[in-house]
Structures are given as C-alpha cells and as structure tokens.
Design a protein around this ligand. Structure first.
Ligand code: ZN
Length: 113
C-alpha cells in the first residue's frame, strides 16, 4: 500500500486513538505539560501537534486545554516564560517565530494579550 494521506491518517489514529487523546487533553487541562502527558503514553509531543495540524476539533481542544492548565502565576505571552518556565500555552507558543498555528488560534478566539 502506498503511503497516501489516508494511509498516514489511519496510522496516526492507530498510534494515538481517541481514548489516548482524551487522556492527554484531561491531563493538560489539569496542568500536566503536554510533553509529559504524551510521554506517559510513550509518544513524543509532535504526535499531538501533528494531529492538531490536520484536525481542527482536536486543535481547538488542545489549545484550550493548554490555556486551562497553564500556571496562572506566570506572565504569559513572553519569550522568557516560554524559555525559562517551559510554558507551552498558546500565548507563550505564539512568541516563537515558527509557531503561526498558535497565533492563528489566538486571533480566532480573541485571546489577545
Ligand atoms: Zn504561557
């Protein structure tokens, strides 16, 4: 079978199925860093970000979970917070030049800092 997009998507669904996605969203919303939540499943956080790139519903829930679970004591939307506190909330991710997805999500949902 050729490695077509449907093939790739089926593989990704097998690697990171709904139950696992729910588990990760719950953990992240409770404040567990995404990479740590994914690590308990034996997966890199790129798998979650990859899913978010092609699955709008999951993307919105992931970014919302990152907002809900972020440490309210930190000053968000700062490169310093991203780099030194390793905060991966959408506002902190948006400070990274390559992270246009987080910036777009913030604009869509009016989380402007
Ligand atoms: Zn943050």
């Amino acid at each position: 079978m050729h490695r077509t997009t449907p093939w790739y998507r089926a593989q990704m669904d097998a690697v990171y199925p709904t139950g696992m996605r729910e588990q990760v969203l719950t953990a992240v919303a409770a404040g567990v860093p995404l990479d740590a939540a994914m690590e308990t499943l034996g997966l890199p956080d790129e798998v979650a970000y990859g899913r978010a790139r092609r699955d709008t519903g999951f993307r919105n829930r992931l970014y919302q979970a990152l907002m809900d679970g972020r440490d309210s004591a930190l000053n968000h939307g700062k490169r310093w917070t991203y780099a030194h506190y390793r905060c991966r909330c959408p506002e902190c991710q948006a400070t990274q030049p390559q992270c246009t997805a987080a910036r777009r999500w913030l604009e869509l949902y009016a989380y402007t800092s």
